[in-house]
Design a protein around this ligand. Structure first.
Ligand SMILES: C[S@@+](CC[C@H](N)C(=O)[O-])C[C@H]1O[C@@H](n2cnc3c(N)ncnc32)[C@H](O)[C@@H]1O
Length: 236
């Protein structure tokens, strides 16, 4: 897995809509994921997806939020148990635009991925007191720290905890490409997640196989005169 930094500037704006949209557009197009079946968790008013739905080929869009803020929205408080109950195979794009940390939701999503899927995570780094950041039990566990330890909410520890969350072991799916945009108070992750077979290799989709077959055919045709003897040469 490679997490590539797109930008690493400090900025006070915690809600950079243009960044979120650019990140989604770029990763979706690079991964050739259209037509999209989008599950928009923490959808709010749907600001991120309102314009993306006009620019990208979106076959279906399912917004979920605890408050009714847009038409067609599923109104429910999102918890890990709600994610367990959802059929995630219906989506190839999952947006987790939370205010705080998305890791309990991410931990439920990862093992349920059965096809190439783009997962977008917003990781808020809101400080309290003397610049401290809340570190949850989930993050302590990911770092191997006992729940009852009183640890400092330092940004370095939070960043290490985030890395541990992203590197967590999963036998059925893995992140094959990752991007992050880091701001002072928020990180935006874009992760391409692909299912693994029983031997731990990435399962190739029929679209991937088709593309590869095309490439091989073209190369074979180009190389044929140089590498294969013609029928008249056989036995010489
Ligand atoms: C950062 S905003 C989302 C903005 C949205 N993606 C957009 O494009 O407009 C976070 C949203 O999460 C919702 N929210 C917070 N906690 C939630 C929970 N546990 N379950 C469901 N929605 C929640 C809030 O109501 C809010 O609309």
């Amino acid at each position: 897995m490679s997490i590539q930094k797109i930008r690493n500037k400090h900025k006070t704006d915690n809600r950079s809509l243009a960044d979120k949209q650019e990140l989604r557009r770029r990763v979706i197009q690079e991964a050739q994921l259209e037509p999209l079946r989008v599950l928009d968790l923490f959808a709010g008013e749907g600001q991120v997806w309102n314009s993306l739905r006009k620019q990208l080929n979106v076959q279906s869009y399912t917004p979920v939020d605890k408050d009714a803020r847009q038409e067609g929205q599923i109104r429910i408080k999102i918890t890990p148990r709600v994610i367990q109950a959802l059929d995630l195979t219906r989506y190839n794009c999952i947006d987790v635009d939370t205010y705080g940390e998305p890791w309990t939701i991410w931990s439920e999503i990862l093992p349920r991925i059965q096809q190439k899927t783009a997962v977008f995570l917003t990781r808020g780094k809101v400080t309290y007191g003397a610049g401290k950041i809340q570190i949850s039990k989930q993050m302590k566990r990911a770092m191997g720290i006992p729940d009852d330890w009183n640890i400092p909410g330092k940004v370095e520890l939070v960043e290490y905890g985030d890395q541990c969350e992203l590197m967590q072991e999963c036998s059925t799916a893995k992140i094959t490409t990752g991007y992050v945009i880091r701001w002072l108070r928020v990180d935006y992750y874009a992760l391409l997640v692909e299912p693994l077979d029983e031997f731990g290799s990435v399962v190739e989709s029929s679209v991937n196989l088709l593309n590869r077959k095309r490439t091989i055919t073209l190369e074979d045709e180009k190389q044929q005169p140089a590498t294969l003897p013609g029928p008249e040469c056989a036995g010489n």
